[in-house]
Design a protein around this ligand. Structure first.
Ligand SMILES: NC(=O)c1ccc[n+]([C@@H]2O[C@H](COP(=O)([O-])OP(=O)(O)OC[C@H]3O[C@@H](n4cnc5c(N)ncnc54)[C@H](OP(=O)(O)O)[C@@H]3O)[C@@H](O)[C@H]2O)c1
Length: 326
């Protein structure tokens, strides 16, 4: 597993990390034993960067990570998020409540100070007011968190955050079906030493190529109840693309890929080929997926021809299908 520096944190993170939303049972139930196996296989594969949030399973994801990390001699780097629990979102933000939220996360994770606390897709006007970022500076000063970053929906929010002098990282939606950040964000992030954490690398699983039109999701899976944005931002589930259209696009892209390439490996490798990316936090609901995704770190870069094929396919076939803005 290769590592990269995560912006101003200076942390050396594994270029494939683990997204732990699944450990909150938000993609369907993951039994305790499987959750432990997912975390263990991550470590076995050299993954030592984990992303979670206080709201994943109402704290379950953080609790599971906290329990598990007690058994480790080498501590992983754990990023969590703040700003979406019902106390705060959408308009209950106060410095005291945000601090309380972060302290509760630290307790569940079993750490003195959170390694990286990310604002969690907070409402645009609240982000742009700057108060939350100023509070994060204070929490860093007080030692409640070691570093702070933000997870955002839109590129203009990402650019705004990049200009903040202390922000260490940005978590963005970025994959072969959402490529705009290549030109409009990554150079700025790199110039300002802001580490890029990539979420939804597989567009909620679409880009694994394993799903068909008859694929079903449990009622507790956001890919069932938020497939058209009924519960949270429409751009999040399946990358904002209507499921049926997403399946058709994946099938069309598969047809275009040279025979020796499969869509899952190509999708992960395309992201790693962007030097400004620090880590891909691929989500996994079973340990075999972790092992498969970790292997992308050792794949060779994609050819120039394949990069242009993917750029053309995105521009001509995919971009206009994304709902919720970019
Ligand atoms: N607002 C935010 O800040 C925000 C929003 C979304 C996600 N995130 C973070 O980003 C992480 C990654 O995003 P994501 O999990 O939503 O999307 P993702 O990584 O694009 O897709 C994850 C899903 O893809 C499937 N998958 C992954 N690897 C596979 C493999 N090797 N073979 C077969 N299937 C595979 C699994 O589906 P099945 O479960 O169906 O097998 C898995 O649940 C999350 O875990 C979370 O930590 C943050």
């Amino acid at each position: 597993m290769k590592t990269r520096v995560l912006g101003k944190t200076g942390f050396e993170v594994s270029e494939i990390g683990l997204g732990c939303w699944q450990l909150g049972n938000d993609f369907g139930p993951v039994e305790d034993q499987e959750a432990a196996a997912i975390l263990q296989s991550a470590v076995d594969e050299g993954i030592h960067f984990f992303d979670t949030a206080d709201v994943y399973g109402g704290g379950l994801s953080e609790q599971r990570i906290g329990q598990w990390r007690k058994t480790l001699s080498n501590q992983p780097i754990i990023a969590t998020k703040v700003g979406r629990n019902s106390e705060l979102y959408p308009n209950g933000y106060s410095k005291a409540k945000v601090k309380e939220s972060l302290q509760a996360s630290a307790k569940r994770l079993g750490v003195e100070a959170v390694d990286l606390a990310q604002l969690h897709c907070v409402p645009r006007d609240i982000l742009f007011s700057g108060d939350l970022l100023a509070w994060m500076e204070d929490f860093k000063q007080e030692g409640i968190i070691k570093h702070f970053g933000a997870s955002v929906e839109m590129l203009d929010e990402a650019k705004f955050c990049c200009e903040h002098p202390q922000i260490a990282s940005l978590q963005i939606l970025f994959n072969v079906f959402r490529q705009d950040a290549v030109d409009s964000l990554l150079p700025l992030a790199s110039k300002n030493d802001v580490g890029i954490i990539v979420r939804l690398p597989l567009a909620s699983g679409l880009l694994t190529g394993k799903m068909g039109l008859n694929h079903t999701f449990s009622e507790h899976d956001h890919r069932s109840y938020n497939k058209d944005g009924a519960a949270f931002h429409v751009g999040e589930t399946f990358n904002g693309i209507p499921f049926e259209k997403g399946i058709a696009l994946v099938e069309a892209l598969k047809e275009k890929l040279p025979e020796e390439h499969n869509i899952l490996d190509v999708s992960l490798r395309w992201i790693l080929d962007q030097p400004q990316v620090s880590s891909i936090i691929a989500g996994a609901s079973r340990s075999s997926q972790v092992v498969r995704n970790a292997a992308a770190s050792n794949l060779p870069p994609l050819s120039k021809e394949l990069h242009s094929l993917l750029a053309d396919f995105y521009r001509m076939e995919v971009r206009d299908e994304i709902r919720g803005g970019i």
